[in-house]
Design a protein around this ligand. Structure first.
Ligand code: PA5
Length: 470
């Protein structure tokens, strides 16, 4: 028996289940295995040369110690934790909180809440930000802000930081700042690092060589998780377990390699959208986290040698059973260009019985005496069966239960699969050059020095945009 607890079921993506036109033949998998093995061997060699640093995080005891010490320092007396960050500096925090804290964590009172209320501000929406600051009100005294930015220069996070710092200064005084701000940023460089050095804020490092979307298992994701009572040690041990599995040279026993192989094979066959559909509220934001990981890592215009390629599957998130009533019509009868990735939970941490009662009409009698968990899982099986009957390829990642260990496994599984898929597409999964232009144009619009060269382009486009309107 393998050591990891998650199971990847892929029988319903193969030809015997959905036919040869849309399903993969076992011979196709066999043919692809040597290529995947080559990528695995290269990745493992590169790891010994200091690349793919996110894979070292699960074993980094020093980092764990540092985060736990920071949690111990800041936890007493803190009622609200506000994370300021965006993209890879926020999505992991949200995903961990939804997966591993009770669903209504922020509404729980007194000792029932295992830590402060958590708010992750991953946008600069003025209505959202002003409302949160109003909501905090006098609670500001018991609020800790965790500013997370690896580069230290991201406009959204920087603007939030400036707002919050001034608010704290006005309401609580200059001296209070250091008690209310923890910065997570590059250990050596960047504007935020300079501010930390100058103003003496407590700081945690984003490890060198670990990019935003691969950083959830560093202080970036672990600090807020630890503050909210999540067992970060078990999270890392689950990730370590999956990291071991992801290093196995035998593709058939390596879930990350098999996942990458399957998704790549479907990509080559023209199935270029993935729908991740958790049948669990706890897992819904992990689907959002995966969406960024896959999209930003693998949507690339050039290969590793700089040749034009234009590749990348579009990750989509859905939620079972909710989206059965919203998307499944398209998924079954629309273009057969998608792979479905279900997330299933065998045993929910709590369940609700549907009672037997008097006066229940015959049409609803079948629901009596069963449970919501059973119904939700039946809906998953039924939706999958319906998709299979329409020759749509379906994968399932099965969680025996949702806990810190299995969530750690899931995170590492997708990170490693992303690296392998990057190898199969021959693109660099760790950069995001296309994001740069939008950032620079924002700088130009906001008057940042050094970006005036973009102003003409922006003016021209604004003129054209206005020429046609209704
Ligand atoms: O994955 C990434 O690298 C990005 O999504 C970043 O996390 C995001 O742009 C925020 O960057 P930073 O942490 O530098 O503020």
């Amino acid at each position: 028996m393998p050591a990891h607890a998650l199971r990847l079921h892929y029988g319903n993506a193969l030809a015997p289940a959905i036919g040869p036109a849309h399903g993969l033949a076992l011979t196709e998998l066999k043919r692809a295995e040597p290529v995947v093995r080559q990528v695995l061997t290269r990745v493992e060699r590169e790891r010994t040369e200091g690349q793919h640093r996110y894979r070292d995080l699960p074993e980094d005891q020093q980092m764990l110690k540092q985060v736990r010490a920071a949690v111990r320092r800041h936890r007493p007396g803190v009622e609200n934790l506000v994370v300021l960050g965006i993209g890879g500096s926020a999505l992991g925090n949200i995903a961990l909180q939804t997966a591993l804290s009770p669903p209504f964590h922020n509404l729980l009172g007194g000792t029932r809440r295992r830590g402060p209320r958590l708010f992750v501000l991953d946008n600069v929406d003025p209505v959202q930000v002003s409302n949160l600051l109003d909501l905090l009100g006098p609670g500001l005294r018991k609020t800790l802000f965790n500013v997370i930015s690896k580069s230290g220069e991201t406009a959204e996070t920087a603007s939030q930081f400036l707002i919050v710092r001034e608010l704290l200064r006005k309401k609580l005084g200059q001296k209070a700042l250091a008690r209310h701000i923890v910065v997570t940023t590059d250990p050596e460089q960047g504007t935020l690092r300079d501010i930390v050095a100058r103003d003496g804020y407590d700081a945690l490092p984003v490890p060198p060589g670990v990019g935003g979307r691969f950083s959830v298992l560093s202080a970036v994701g672990l600090f807020s998780a630890g503050m909210c009572g999540i067992d970060i040690r078990r999270l890392l041990s689950g990730a370590a377990r999956m990291s071991t599995a992801a290093a196995q040279p035998r593709v058939r026993t390596n879930p990350a390699a098999m996942l990458a192989l399957l998704l790549h094979a479907f990509y080559v066959r023209g199935k270029r959208s993935h729908v991740m559909m958790p049948y669990s509220y706890q897992l819904k934001d992990l689907a959002d986290w995966y969406r960024q990981l896959w999209a930003e890592s693998l949507g690339k215009q050039h290969d590793q040698a700089g040749r034009p390629v234009v590749v990348g599957a579009t990750p989509i998130r859905a939620l079972g059973a909710t989206d059965q009533h919203s998307q499944v019509q398209l998924y079954r009868e629309g273009p057969n260009d998608k792979v479905f990735i279900f997330l299933e939970v065998e045993k929910f941490s709590s369940d609700v019985r549907i009672p037997r009662s008097r006066g229940v009409p015959d049409e609803l009698a079948y629901l009596q005496g069963t449970s919501l968990g059973k119904l939700l899982n039946a809906e998953k099986l039924a939706t999958e069966a319906a998709l299979v009957s329409s020759a749509r390829p379906c994968l399932t990642i099965c969680f025996p239960t949702v806990n810190a260990t299995t969530v750690g496994e899931f995170i590492l599984l997708w990170e490693a699969a992303t690296t392998i898929a990057g190898g199969l597409l021959n693109v660099n999964p760790y950069d995001q050059p296309a994001v740069q232009l939008g950032k620079e144009l924002t700088f130009a619009l906001m008057g940042k020095a050094g970006y005036a060269q973009h102003t003409r382009t922006l003016r021209r486009q604004a003129r054209r945009r206005g020429q046609y309107e209704v």
